[in-house]
Design a protein around this ligand. Structure first.
Ligand code: MN
Length: 304
């Protein structure tokens, strides 16, 4: 039996540690964006926080041009936003906030005492025809599941193996939590999509490549399945979508198309503009925007 050829553009993506949300925030492990790989499908940001006994205490901050996808694995998070949403998010549930032209939100640990926190937060870039639209917020406590030989998937976003999430999407994509049993298994892929497999809680082998804990494996379009080999039962995150063709200028919590888009959003946040509204419950405390760099912000280019 021959091993299928591996695309030369398939890669193991490292994570890096990034402090989040100011002095009282958590540190996270970030796998997207990467130099040379700004997006996987429309997914443009992948952070893993924890497992940790640190509290999450992310004060109000703004977003533009994206959807935030929050997926806890342990611990409960209270989400409040400028639309008036106030929701407790539990493991197995999805929070999906669409910023459109502007929204602000906070995310804090619910438990008063020490508690284990673990989760993933991702951003989806909004396409040009939707990025200046209205904001929205969805909480999905029930998501469809599909199970086959050796794995069970919860479909957070888009469509996987013919099963679709009720969460609102604006471009073709998939986002799935995949629980896999020890052994060798295959997972179906949409050949029109590129994909990323994130090793959330342990080491995994994808296509005979070692993918360590917190690393992501990138699969180029044209694949209808991936082979996965694991020694112990583990949890993976599978993301993907049609390659996102629009240039994205990403800075701090904003996504635009130009330097001016970002500078305008930053100025609006600093001026407490109605564009970003107000999040109740924090005595007016917010995360201030950092200074803009002295160079013009440019789109991130793909070299992978
Ligand atoms: Mn946020």
């Amino acid at each position: 039996m021959t091993v299928p050829p591996v695309e030369s553009s398939d890669r193991v993506i490292e994570s890096r540690v990034v402090p989040l949300g100011g002095v009282r925030g958590l540190s996270v492990h970030r796998t997207l964006p990467q130099r040379g790989l700004p997006t996987v499908g429309p997914w443009c940001f992948v952070d893993q926080f924890g497992p940790t006994f640190e509290r999450m205490n992310v004060l109000p901050h703004p977003h533009t041009g994206l959807q935030t996808v929050t997926w806890p694995l342990a611990g409960e998070i209270r989400h409040r936003d400028s639309r008036g949403s106030d929701v407790v998010l539990r493991p197995g549930e999805l929070n999906l906030m669409t910023s459109g032209d502007g929204v602000s939100h906070s995310e804090v640990t619910v438990a008063k005492g020490p508690t284990l926190m673990h989760g993933i937060q991702l951003w989806v870039a909004l396409p040009d025809d939707r990025r200046n639209g209205p904001s929205n917020f969805e909480h999905h406590a029930e998501l469809p599941k599909v199970a086959r030989d050796g794995w069970a998937a919860t479909v957070m976003m888009g469509t996987f193996d013919g099963v679709s999430s009720p969460a609102t999407t604006y471009s073709p994509m998939v986002g799935v939590e995949l629980k896999v049993r020890a052994g060798r298994l295959t997972v179906p892929l949409n050949p029109e999509f590129e994909h990323g497999v994130l090793a959330i809680d342990g080491h995994v082998i994808v296509d005979d490549f070692d993918v360590a804990h917190r690393q992501m494996y990138y699969l180029a379009p044209g694949r209808d399945q991936a082979s996965i080999d694991v020694r112990n039962d583990t949890t993976l995150l599978l993301i993907g979508g049609a390659p996102f063709e629009e240039d994205l200028v990403m800075w701090w919590n904003f996504i635009g198309r130009t330097h001016e888009d970002i500078a305008h959003a930053r100025a609006d946040w600093e001026a407490e503009s109605e564009r970003f509204g107000f999040v109740d419950g924090h005595d007016g405390e917010v995360i201030p925007a950092p200074p803009l760099p002295n160079v013009r912000l440019k789109p991130r280019r793909r070299t992978l």
